[in-house]
Design a protein around this ligand. Structure first.
Ligand code: 5AD
Ligand code: SF4
Ligand code: FES
Length: 343
Protein backbone atom coordinates (compact mmCIF):
# COMPACT_ATOMS: atom_id res chain seq x y z
CA UNK A 1 0.00 0.00 0.00
CA UNK A 2 1.17 3.51 -0.61
CA UNK A 3 3.01 5.10 2.29
CA UNK A 4 0.68 8.11 2.37
CA UNK A 5 -2.45 5.95 2.56
CA UNK A 6 -0.80 4.04 5.38
CA UNK A 7 -0.19 7.28 7.27
CA UNK A 8 -3.76 8.47 6.76
CA UNK A 9 -5.02 5.12 8.06
CA UNK A 10 -2.70 5.35 11.04
CA UNK A 11 -3.92 8.86 11.89
CA UNK A 12 -7.52 7.71 11.65
CA UNK A 13 -6.86 4.71 13.86
CA UNK A 14 -4.70 6.15 16.65
CA UNK A 15 -5.03 9.93 16.18
CA UNK A 16 -1.29 10.39 16.22
CA UNK A 17 1.38 11.30 13.69
CA UNK A 18 4.97 12.45 14.03
CA UNK A 19 6.14 15.73 12.58
CA UNK A 20 7.90 13.86 9.75
CA UNK A 21 4.73 11.95 8.94
CA UNK A 22 2.62 15.11 8.82
CA UNK A 23 5.18 16.67 6.48
CA UNK A 24 4.98 13.67 4.13
CA UNK A 25 1.21 13.98 3.91
CA UNK A 26 1.31 17.74 3.38
CA UNK A 27 3.97 17.42 0.67
CA UNK A 28 2.21 14.77 -1.35
CA UNK A 29 -0.82 15.59 -3.44
CA UNK A 30 -1.88 12.18 -4.68
CA UNK A 31 -4.20 11.20 -1.83
CA UNK A 32 -5.68 14.54 -0.78
CA UNK A 33 -9.28 13.38 -1.13
CA UNK A 34 -8.55 10.27 0.97
CA UNK A 35 -7.17 12.55 3.70
CA UNK A 36 -10.20 14.85 3.63
CA UNK A 37 -12.54 11.84 3.69
CA UNK A 38 -10.73 10.35 6.69
CA UNK A 39 -11.11 13.66 8.55
CA UNK A 40 -14.80 13.72 7.63
CA UNK A 41 -15.23 10.24 9.14
CA UNK A 42 -13.36 11.29 12.30
CA UNK A 43 -15.60 14.37 12.56
CA UNK A 44 -18.70 12.17 12.32
CA UNK A 45 -17.40 9.64 14.83
CA UNK A 46 -16.20 12.07 17.49
CA UNK A 47 -18.43 15.16 17.19
CA UNK A 48 -21.35 13.92 15.12
CA UNK A 49 -23.44 15.47 12.38
CA UNK A 50 -24.49 18.60 14.24
CA UNK A 51 -23.02 21.89 13.07
CA UNK A 52 -22.67 24.60 15.71
CA UNK A 53 -23.40 28.14 14.62
CA UNK A 54 -21.67 31.02 16.40
CA UNK A 55 -23.00 34.51 15.76
CA UNK A 56 -20.00 36.72 15.01
CA UNK A 57 -20.16 40.34 16.18
CA UNK A 58 -17.32 42.44 14.75
CA UNK A 59 -17.66 45.31 17.17
CA UNK A 60 -14.63 47.50 16.44
CA UNK A 61 -12.13 47.61 13.58
CA UNK A 62 -9.75 49.87 15.49
CA UNK A 63 -6.46 48.17 16.27
CA UNK A 64 -3.22 49.34 17.85
CA UNK A 65 -1.23 46.49 16.25
CA UNK A 66 0.40 46.39 12.87
CA UNK A 67 0.28 42.81 11.63
CA UNK A 68 1.65 42.96 8.09
CA UNK A 69 -1.12 40.77 6.64
CA UNK A 70 -4.12 42.49 8.15
CA UNK A 71 -6.25 45.31 6.75
CA UNK A 72 -7.11 46.54 10.24
CA UNK A 73 -3.47 47.28 11.08
CA UNK A 74 -3.00 50.67 12.73
CA UNK A 75 -0.95 52.10 9.85
CA UNK A 76 -3.62 51.44 7.25
CA UNK A 77 -5.21 54.79 6.48
CA UNK A 78 -7.48 53.40 3.76
CA UNK A 79 -10.01 51.87 6.09
CA UNK A 80 -12.89 53.76 7.69
CA UNK A 81 -12.81 53.00 11.37
CA UNK A 82 -15.79 52.28 13.62
CA UNK A 83 -16.43 51.22 17.14
CA UNK A 84 -19.80 50.08 18.52
CA UNK A 85 -20.99 51.24 21.92
CA UNK A 86 -21.52 48.55 24.55
CA UNK A 87 -25.31 48.82 24.30
CA UNK A 88 -25.19 48.50 20.51
CA UNK A 89 -23.18 45.29 20.87
CA UNK A 90 -25.68 43.91 23.37
CA UNK A 91 -28.50 44.83 20.98
CA UNK A 92 -26.86 42.88 18.11
CA UNK A 93 -26.65 39.86 20.41
CA UNK A 94 -30.29 40.29 21.44
CA UNK A 95 -31.30 40.19 17.76
CA UNK A 96 -28.99 37.23 17.20
CA UNK A 97 -30.82 35.33 19.92
CA UNK A 98 -34.03 35.84 17.96
CA UNK A 99 -32.40 34.16 14.93
CA UNK A 100 -31.62 31.18 17.14
CA UNK A 101 -27.93 31.66 17.93
CA UNK A 102 -26.79 30.05 21.18
CA UNK A 103 -23.23 31.40 21.11
CA UNK A 104 -21.76 34.77 20.21
CA UNK A 105 -18.21 35.58 19.30
CA UNK A 106 -17.30 39.15 20.15
CA UNK A 107 -14.39 40.11 17.93
CA UNK A 108 -12.44 43.34 17.47
CA UNK A 109 -9.03 44.78 16.81
CA UNK A 110 -6.97 45.55 19.89
CA UNK A 111 -8.92 48.67 20.78
CA UNK A 112 -8.19 50.25 24.16
CA UNK A 113 -11.52 52.08 24.21
CA UNK A 114 -12.97 48.88 25.66
CA UNK A 115 -11.79 48.94 29.25
CA UNK A 116 -12.15 45.99 31.58
CA UNK A 117 -15.36 47.48 32.95
CA UNK A 118 -16.88 47.92 29.49
CA UNK A 119 -16.10 44.37 28.42
CA UNK A 120 -17.40 43.01 31.73
CA UNK A 121 -20.63 44.95 31.28
CA UNK A 122 -21.09 43.64 27.73
CA UNK A 123 -20.37 40.05 28.72
CA UNK A 124 -22.65 40.16 31.77
CA UNK A 125 -25.56 41.56 29.77
CA UNK A 126 -25.18 39.09 26.91
CA UNK A 127 -24.90 36.19 29.38
CA UNK A 128 -28.38 37.13 30.61
CA UNK A 129 -29.68 35.78 27.27
CA UNK A 130 -28.58 32.29 28.33
CA UNK A 131 -25.98 31.93 25.59
CA UNK A 132 -22.27 31.10 25.49
CA UNK A 133 -19.91 34.05 25.02
CA UNK A 134 -16.60 33.87 23.21
CA UNK A 135 -14.16 36.76 23.24
CA UNK A 136 -11.68 37.41 20.43
CA UNK A 137 -10.08 40.69 21.43
CA UNK A 138 -6.37 39.97 21.50
CA UNK A 139 -3.55 39.99 24.01
CA UNK A 140 -4.45 41.00 27.57
CA UNK A 141 -2.95 40.47 31.02
CA UNK A 142 -3.80 37.50 33.22
CA UNK A 143 -5.84 39.85 35.43
CA UNK A 144 -7.94 41.06 32.50
CA UNK A 145 -8.60 37.55 31.25
CA UNK A 146 -9.54 36.62 34.81
CA UNK A 147 -11.98 39.52 35.10
CA UNK A 148 -13.71 38.56 31.83
CA UNK A 149 -13.95 34.95 32.94
CA UNK A 150 -15.52 36.01 36.22
CA UNK A 151 -18.04 38.13 34.34
CA UNK A 152 -19.15 35.00 32.48
CA UNK A 153 -17.08 34.66 29.31
CA UNK A 154 -16.88 30.99 28.34
CA UNK A 155 -14.35 30.90 25.55
CA UNK A 156 -11.50 32.92 24.09
CA UNK A 157 -10.03 32.84 20.59
CA UNK A 158 -6.47 33.89 19.91
CA UNK A 159 -4.67 32.38 16.97
CA UNK A 160 -0.98 31.65 17.31
CA UNK A 161 -0.96 32.57 13.56
CA UNK A 162 2.26 30.55 13.10
CA UNK A 163 4.48 28.60 15.50
CA UNK A 164 7.56 29.77 13.56
CA UNK A 165 8.79 32.39 16.02
CA UNK A 166 10.94 34.27 13.52
CA UNK A 167 8.15 34.36 10.96
CA UNK A 168 5.64 35.46 13.60
CA UNK A 169 7.82 38.29 14.79
CA UNK A 170 8.52 39.40 11.21
CA UNK A 171 4.79 39.37 10.37
CA UNK A 172 3.63 41.03 13.59
CA UNK A 173 6.09 43.87 14.26
CA UNK A 174 6.50 44.68 17.93
CA UNK A 175 4.74 41.54 19.08
CA UNK A 176 6.43 38.67 20.88
CA UNK A 177 5.82 35.01 20.24
CA UNK A 178 6.48 34.24 23.91
CA UNK A 179 3.78 36.69 24.93
CA UNK A 180 1.32 35.09 22.51
CA UNK A 181 1.98 31.72 24.09
CA UNK A 182 1.66 33.25 27.56
CA UNK A 183 -1.86 34.40 26.61
CA UNK A 184 -2.83 30.89 25.53
CA UNK A 185 -1.53 29.31 28.73
CA UNK A 186 -3.18 31.93 30.97
CA UNK A 187 -6.52 31.37 29.23
CA UNK A 188 -6.22 27.62 29.70
CA UNK A 189 -5.29 28.05 33.37
CA UNK A 190 -8.34 30.27 33.89
CA UNK A 191 -10.67 27.56 32.61
CA UNK A 192 -11.70 29.07 29.29
CA UNK A 193 -12.40 26.89 26.31
CA UNK A 194 -9.38 27.99 24.31
CA UNK A 195 -9.43 28.54 20.59
CA UNK A 196 -6.35 29.10 18.47
CA UNK A 197 -5.29 28.48 14.91
CA UNK A 198 -3.01 29.54 12.13
CA UNK A 199 -2.76 31.18 8.76
CA UNK A 200 -1.74 29.03 5.81
CA UNK A 201 0.42 30.48 3.06
CA UNK A 202 2.20 33.35 4.78
CA UNK A 203 5.30 34.50 2.88
CA UNK A 204 8.25 32.21 3.74
CA UNK A 205 6.09 29.84 5.76
CA UNK A 206 7.35 26.27 5.46
CA UNK A 207 5.53 22.93 5.38
CA UNK A 208 7.67 21.96 8.40
CA UNK A 209 6.26 24.86 10.38
CA UNK A 210 2.67 23.95 9.41
CA UNK A 211 3.36 20.46 10.78
CA UNK A 212 4.64 22.08 13.96
CA UNK A 213 1.50 24.24 14.14
CA UNK A 214 -0.68 21.11 14.23
CA UNK A 215 1.45 19.49 16.93
CA UNK A 216 1.38 22.74 18.90
CA UNK A 217 -2.44 22.75 18.85
CA UNK A 218 -2.33 19.30 20.39
CA UNK A 219 0.35 20.22 22.92
CA UNK A 220 -1.60 23.18 24.31
CA UNK A 221 -4.82 21.17 24.55
CA UNK A 222 -6.75 23.55 22.29
CA UNK A 223 -10.53 23.18 22.37
CA UNK A 224 -11.10 24.93 19.04
CA UNK A 225 -8.86 25.48 16.03
CA UNK A 226 -9.54 27.86 13.17
CA UNK A 227 -7.39 27.54 10.07
CA UNK A 228 -7.59 29.87 7.13
CA UNK A 229 -5.61 30.75 4.03
CA UNK A 230 -3.67 34.02 4.10
CA UNK A 231 -5.32 36.37 1.59
CA UNK A 232 -3.18 39.33 0.49
CA UNK A 233 -4.74 42.69 1.26
CA UNK A 234 -4.00 45.55 -1.16
CA UNK A 235 -3.80 48.04 1.70
CA UNK A 236 -0.98 46.21 3.48
CA UNK A 237 2.76 45.65 2.96
CA UNK A 238 1.99 42.08 1.81
CA UNK A 239 -0.17 43.24 -1.10
CA UNK A 240 2.06 41.64 -3.76
CA UNK A 241 2.50 38.31 -2.03
CA UNK A 242 1.08 35.09 -3.37
CA UNK A 243 -1.42 34.12 -0.69
CA UNK A 244 -2.50 30.77 0.69
CA UNK A 245 -4.07 27.88 -1.08
CA UNK A 246 -7.48 26.44 -0.18
CA UNK A 247 -6.42 22.85 -0.70
CA UNK A 248 -3.43 23.14 1.63
CA UNK A 249 -5.59 24.90 4.23
CA UNK A 250 -8.12 22.06 4.05
CA UNK A 251 -5.33 19.51 4.45
CA UNK A 252 -3.92 21.25 7.53
CA UNK A 253 -7.45 21.38 8.94
CA UNK A 254 -8.09 17.72 8.13
CA UNK A 255 -4.91 16.56 9.89
CA UNK A 256 -5.87 18.75 12.85
CA UNK A 257 -9.21 16.90 13.04
CA UNK A 258 -7.47 13.52 12.85
CA UNK A 259 -5.04 14.37 15.66
CA UNK A 260 -7.32 16.45 17.91
CA UNK A 261 -10.33 14.28 17.34
CA UNK A 262 -13.02 15.84 19.53
CA UNK A 263 -12.32 19.58 19.27
CA UNK A 264 -14.51 22.17 17.53
CA UNK A 265 -13.25 23.28 14.13
CA UNK A 266 -14.84 26.14 12.19
CA UNK A 267 -15.22 26.22 8.44
CA UNK A 268 -13.59 29.62 8.06
CA UNK A 269 -14.81 32.62 6.13
CA UNK A 270 -11.40 32.97 4.45
CA UNK A 271 -11.89 29.52 2.90
CA UNK A 272 -15.21 30.64 1.41
CA UNK A 273 -13.52 33.76 0.06
CA UNK A 274 -11.25 31.56 -2.07
CA UNK A 275 -14.07 29.28 -3.23
CA UNK A 276 -17.85 29.92 -3.11
CA UNK A 277 -18.23 26.40 -1.72
CA UNK A 278 -15.28 26.67 0.69
CA UNK A 279 -17.20 26.36 3.94
CA UNK A 280 -19.11 23.30 2.73
CA UNK A 281 -15.85 21.73 1.55
CA UNK A 282 -14.47 22.38 5.04
CA UNK A 283 -17.56 20.92 6.73
CA UNK A 284 -16.95 17.78 4.67
CA UNK A 285 -13.25 17.66 5.58
CA UNK A 286 -13.32 17.79 9.38
CA UNK A 287 -15.05 21.05 10.34
CA UNK A 288 -18.17 21.16 12.54
CA UNK A 289 -18.67 24.88 13.25
CA UNK A 290 -19.65 27.94 11.19
CA UNK A 291 -19.49 31.53 12.40
CA UNK A 292 -22.06 33.56 10.46
CA UNK A 293 -21.79 37.30 10.78
CA UNK A 294 -24.45 39.06 12.84
CA UNK A 295 -22.94 42.54 12.46
CA UNK A 296 -25.29 44.86 10.61
CA UNK A 297 -25.11 47.40 7.81
CA UNK A 298 -21.95 49.12 6.62
CA UNK A 299 -19.79 47.74 9.43
CA UNK A 300 -19.36 44.38 7.71
CA UNK A 301 -17.51 45.96 4.80
CA UNK A 302 -15.40 48.05 7.12
CA UNK A 303 -14.14 45.01 9.03
CA UNK A 304 -11.76 44.44 6.15
CA UNK A 305 -9.15 41.93 7.30
CA UNK A 306 -8.70 40.81 3.69
CA UNK A 307 -10.42 41.54 0.36
CA UNK A 308 -13.33 39.56 -1.03
CA UNK A 309 -14.84 38.87 2.39
CA UNK A 310 -18.17 37.10 1.97
CA UNK A 311 -21.59 38.31 3.14
CA UNK A 312 -20.62 42.01 3.27
CA UNK A 313 -23.92 43.03 1.66
CA UNK A 314 -26.11 40.53 3.50
CA UNK A 315 -28.20 40.85 6.63
CA UNK A 316 -27.91 38.64 9.71
CA UNK A 317 -31.30 37.08 8.94
CA UNK A 318 -30.28 36.29 5.37
CA UNK A 319 -27.00 34.65 6.42
CA UNK A 320 -28.76 32.59 9.05
CA UNK A 321 -31.15 31.18 6.43
CA UNK A 322 -28.42 30.78 3.82
CA UNK A 323 -26.07 28.77 5.98
CA UNK A 324 -28.85 26.63 7.47
CA UNK A 325 -29.93 25.64 3.95
CA UNK A 326 -26.37 24.77 2.93
CA UNK A 327 -25.85 22.66 6.03
CA UNK A 328 -29.10 20.76 5.54
CA UNK A 329 -28.40 20.12 1.87
CA UNK A 330 -25.30 18.10 2.81
CA UNK A 331 -27.32 16.00 5.25
CA UNK A 332 -26.16 17.71 8.42
CA UNK A 333 -28.20 19.46 11.13
CA UNK A 334 -27.89 22.77 12.93
CA UNK A 335 -27.29 22.25 16.63
CA UNK A 336 -29.56 23.94 19.14
CA UNK A 337 -27.11 23.68 22.01
CA UNK A 338 -24.34 26.02 23.10
CA UNK A 339 -21.87 23.64 21.51
CA UNK A 340 -19.24 23.19 24.17
CA UNK A 341 -16.45 20.81 23.38
CA UNK A 342 -17.57 17.23 23.82
CA UNK A 343 -15.10 15.37 26.00
N1 5AD B 1 -5.94 36.81 5.32
C1 5AD B 1 -6.50 35.83 6.06
N2 5AD B 1 -6.73 35.93 7.38
C2 5AD B 1 -6.36 37.08 7.99
N3 5AD B 1 -6.43 37.46 9.29
C3 5AD B 1 -5.96 38.70 9.38
N4 5AD B 1 -5.55 39.16 8.17
C4 5AD B 1 -5.80 38.15 7.29
C5 5AD B 1 -5.57 37.98 5.88
N5 5AD B 1 -5.03 38.95 5.13
C6 5AD B 1 -6.88 36.57 10.36
C7 5AD B 1 -5.82 36.40 11.45
C8 5AD B 1 -6.53 36.83 12.71
C9 5AD B 1 -7.98 36.68 12.33
C10 5AD B 1 -8.92 37.51 13.12
O1 5AD B 1 -8.02 37.07 10.97
O2 5AD B 1 -5.44 35.03 11.54
O3 5AD B 1 -6.20 36.06 13.83
FE1 SF4 C 1 -5.01 43.92 14.82
FE2 SF4 C 1 -5.71 41.33 14.80
FE3 SF4 C 1 -5.40 42.68 12.49
FE4 SF4 C 1 -3.24 42.08 13.97
S1 SF4 C 1 -4.63 40.58 12.96
S2 SF4 C 1 -3.68 44.11 13.01
S3 SF4 C 1 -4.05 42.28 16.07
S4 SF4 C 1 -6.96 43.08 14.04
FE1 FES D 1 -23.95 35.09 4.50
FE2 FES D 1 -24.52 32.86 2.91
S1 FES D 1 -23.81 32.96 5.01
S2 FES D 1 -24.88 35.01 2.52
Amino acid sequence: MDKIIELINKAEKINELSKEEIILILQSSEFDQELLNAADRARKKFVGDEVHLRGLIEFSNICKRNCLYCGLRASNKNVDRYRLQPDEIIELARKGVSYGYKTFVLQSGEDEFYTIDKIKYIVEKIKEFDVAVTLSIGEKSFEEYKAYKESGADRFLIRIETTDKDLYEAMDPGMSHEERKRCLSDLKALGYEVGSGCLVGLPNQTIESLAEDILFFKEIGADMIGIGPFIPNGDTPLKDEKGGDLNLSLKVMAITRLLLKDINIPATTAMETLNPNGRIMALQSGANVVMPNVTEGEYRKMYALYPGKICVNDTPAHCRGCITGKIQRIGRTVSNTKGFRRK
